[in-house]
Ligand binder design. Sequence first.
Ligand SMILES: [Zn+2]
Length: 264
Amino acid sequence: MIDTHCHLDGEEFVEDLEAVIARAKEAGVKAIGVPGIDLKSCDSVIDLCRRYPDFCFPMLGLHPEEVRADWREVLQRIKMSLTSHLSPLTSIPSIGEVGLDFYWSREFEEAQLQAFEEQVRWSVEMRLPLMIHCRKAQNEMVTILKRYKDDLSGGVFHCFTGNAIEAQELLQFDRFVLGIGGVLTFKKSKLPETLAEVVPLERIVLETDAPYMAPVPMRGQRNEPAFVAHVCRKLAEVYGVSEETVDNVTTANARRIFGIVNKS
Ligand SMILES: [Zn+2]
C-alpha cells in the first residue's frame, strides 16, 4: 500500500516517529507522500524526506487555508524550494497540497483562486503531479483546471467525499485519481455506494490524511499511516475483490501518478 497523503512532519509525530514508521512498514505500507501546507512545513517536509529518502516522498505547496495577503512572496519562496529539489539526487517533489477551501471563510477567496491557478501552472511547466485539496469549491476548481486540461501532468483529488456527479466531473481529467481515506469507513458515509457506482478502482489511491481522519475502528484517535490498511479492507468490501487486489491496483495507481517525472 502507498499512503499518498500523510502529514508525517507534524508535531503530532515528533515523539514517536520511528515507531510510527515501523508500524507502517509492518502493516505493508511501501511509501508515504508528505504534503507541505506553508513555508515552514515545506521545510520540515524536505527534512523528513531526506531522513527517509526511500520511503517518504515530498510535496511542496501552499494550502488554500494558509493563503494570506502575502501569498505572492510565499509562493516565490516555495517555487525556489521546488526547483532546487528537482535535482536527480533527491526524490522528485509533487505540488501540494494546493487547492481551494471556502468552508470556513471566503475572506481570501480571490487570493486562493490566484494562488491555486499559479501552482497549477507550475505543475504544467515543471511536469509535476498535483495534490489537490478542495472543499466547498468544486465548481471554481474545475473551472481553473479546465483551462489547462490537455497539459496537466496528473495528480490526486485528495479526500474525495462527493457524490456520483461530482466524481464523474473530476474523472474527466485523465491522469487524475481520487484520494480515498477514513471517511469511507464512517457509518453514515455514502462514499461506498458512490465509488462502486461510478469510480473504477484504477482511479483510486489510498490515503490517511494523518494525523486527522482516523478510519473506523480507530476513529477519534490520532491517525497514522499503518491505519491505511483499514481503508484498503473497506475498499475490498466495496468492490467485492480481495485486499491484495486493492493493494496491488492502488499501489500501481500511486506509482503511475507520482512516477510520471521519474520515467521521462
Ligand atoms: Zn492534508
